[in-house]
Design a protein around this ligand. Structure first.
Ligand SMILES: [Fe+2]
Length: 366
């Protein structure tokens, strides 16, 4: 892909707000997407040449390399359905599980046909409007289920084994519905007593499911998703391979999702940072094989994504190293002063360790 500045008629680009970023001929940003266009601005823009950034494809990508974002409408329906099935559940009935299996099938249908870039921040932002329902647990489990299913597919899970894995991920935190919201959403650090209460959610979740006739692997995910590879998890302190493999997978997805989510007391970490932490805990908290599959299945920075570095430079991802997907090669388009660079300039984040990706924009390609 080549990104080029394309001249546009100011009239066509000027609505009430700018529908795209607008530049001058030198690549200087005149008006940011979404910014209000007042009469004064309109008059001034009409007097000058206005450009937009345009994708000019000169490489055709094969179907296999195409990356999509997970469809937002499907995602919102998933969270809504899950909420309506479980929000006041005490003891889960087989009918509720049957309804959840339909959601699992929806997820798997979407995931198996495409490679996905999961943009949780955009999705979470959309969920803000449902705050009154306290959707956070449901948003979390849907995110975890998507990550878990992707890892499972990467590890060769198929058909029923993949279904149970994804179902277990959707149900893994069910016990949290029994934990007082004041503790779950408490801003600031928890007391030892509050930690003790939160830790009961694995056991409470399993208890809620005792009448549901679920497969033992699903129950193991609910019970063991806070166990750790080194034996330092809870509730039982299981060690290594004595933890059910499905629980080992959901554990990685669970921690990654929690790290990237905003909490009442801190902002979520950027995906690259969360993934680097997960990698650093490989062999300590998590099974190295699971971490490797998680890392390889997760598309952190799709090729062609527009990214903003911590330096303020804006560029496009041109290549992603398999071994260190958090540090792609980026072609810089705009320097830190917002000036368009005509010559080809690359930043290799594998070499330049003080630079990192702060923000990402990924537009679906057709
Ligand atoms: Fe949990």
């Amino acid at each position: 892909m080549n990104l080029v500045l394309e001249k546009v008629q100011p009239n066509s680009a000027l609505g009430k707000t700018a529908s795209v970023d607008l530049f001058d001929a030198s690549g200087m940003l005149l008006l940011q997407k979404g910014q209000l266009i007042t009469e004064g601005i309109k008059v001034r823009l009409k007097k000058r040449e206005v450009y937009i950034l345009h994708n000019q494809r000169n490489v055709s990508f094969s179907e296999a390399q195409k990356v999509k974002t997970f469809p937002k409408d499907v995602y919102i329906k998933l969270v809504g359905s899950l909420w309506s099935i479980y929000h006041d559940a005490k003891l889960v009935k087989p009918e509720q599980i049957q309804k959840t299996v339909i959601l699992v099938e929806t997820i798997l249908e979407e995931l198996q046909t495409q490679k996905f870039y999961l943009d949780f921040n955009v999705i979470r932002l959309d969920m803000e409007k449902f705050k009154q329902h306290d959707y956070s647990t449901f948003v979390h489990v849907v995110n975890v289920a998507l990550l878990t299913a992707l890892t499972g597919i990467w590890m060769g899970y198929k058909e029923n084994s993949l279904k149970y894995l994804t179902l277990g991920a959707l149900l893994h935190d069910l016990g949290k519905l029994q934990i007082p919201r004041e503790i779950l959403n408490k801003p600031g650090s928890l007391t030892d007593e509050e930690f003790k209460i939160i830790r009961k959610h694995t056991f409470l979740g399993e208890k809620m499911l005792k009448n549901s006739r679920l497969s033992s692997s699903v129950l193991a995910m609910v019970r063991e998703h806070h166990e750790r590879w080194n034996g330092k998890g809870y509730p039982l302190g299981l060690y290594g391979k004595s933890i059910h493999i499905n629980a080992q997978i959901v554990a990685v997805a669970d921690v990654y999702e929690a790290l990237t989510a905003d909490r009442p007391y801190r902002k979520g970490l950027p995906p690259y940072h969360a993934l680097e932490m997960i990698i650093s805990w490989s062999g300590i908290d998590f099974n190295p094989k699971v971490v490797q599959a998680f890392r390889e299945s997760l598309i952190l920075y799709p090729e062609n994504a527009i990214v903003t570095l911590n330096t303020g430079e804006v560029g496009v991802v041109v290549a992603v190293p398999t071994q260190m997907p958090t540090r792609p090669l980026v072609r810089i388009l705009f320097d830190s002063n917002g000036r368009f660079l005509n010559r080809e300039t690359y930043v290799d984040l594998l070499q330049e360790l003080t630079r990192f990706i702060g923000r990402i924009e990924f537009k679906e390609d057709g």
